[in-house]
Ligand binder design. Sequence first.
Ligand code: PAF
Length: 282
Amino acid sequence: MDVCKSIDDIRGAVKQLKAQGKRIGFVPTMGALHKGHLSLIRQAKERADEVVVSIFVNPEQFGPNEDFDSYPRELEEDLKKCESEGVSVVFAPNRDDVYDKKKYIRIEVDELNRHMCGGSRPGFFEGILLVVNKLFNIIDPDVAVFGQKDIQQFQIVSRMVHEFNHDVELIMAPIERANDGLALSSRNKYLSVEERETAPGLFRALNYIEKQIVSGVDTPSLLLKHQKSELEAKGFKIDYLDVFDKKTLQPIETLIKGKEFILAGAVWLGNTRLIDNLLIEL
Ligand code: PAF
């Protein structure tokens, strides 16, 4: 497995693979790899000949009071995991390899980041698009795999790929969960023992709401209000818990048959922010 730090090196490594006619699968990550990431790598392997993984904690997608400094960094262990999954190349650059000291050009997102995580994390998706745009330009993959847990990210990246004419197929891989239902996340490491026991409550609430919707509740505002109170009583602080249109990512008051929705929540348990979602097709 090649480990490349510089843009020249990763470009060279990918060029060699492409010269052999290989199809390149790409999994962008911020490291601290868990089973969720490994399932993305496996999905990429199914669709490509060689898999490239990037490991880069992207400073541009963290707000000033967010956890950039404390975000888990475990490069040695991550490399071992990549190696045992059969990854061909890892791109693990430093900040200065990726960003100039001063940037003159930014990407703006309209409407699609007004709600969900975009609503409470200003600049988050602009930072993601900046780095994903760069990574696509540097690696030029045939297929790239993202997780459903970050479904707003997937939808906004898809839109960027469309509007910026990136020649890459995007795959959304299903959420990997612990046995008790908690969506796997690098940030789960922050949870205390007690918080970890409480954490699957978010998934349980989503499941309950989904069941009610599937069995006929088409205006879920009261149901959502009630579930928010239940979660608060368990110690969660709610950022959002709502149903969104899958394409426009706007909140939906009345659910119409024949459409796809995202039932999504973001909550705080102590200092840890957890997100989760279910796709609902009526
Ligand atoms: O999903 C993530 O881990 C990050 O947002 C990504 C796509 C690697 C960009 O930094």
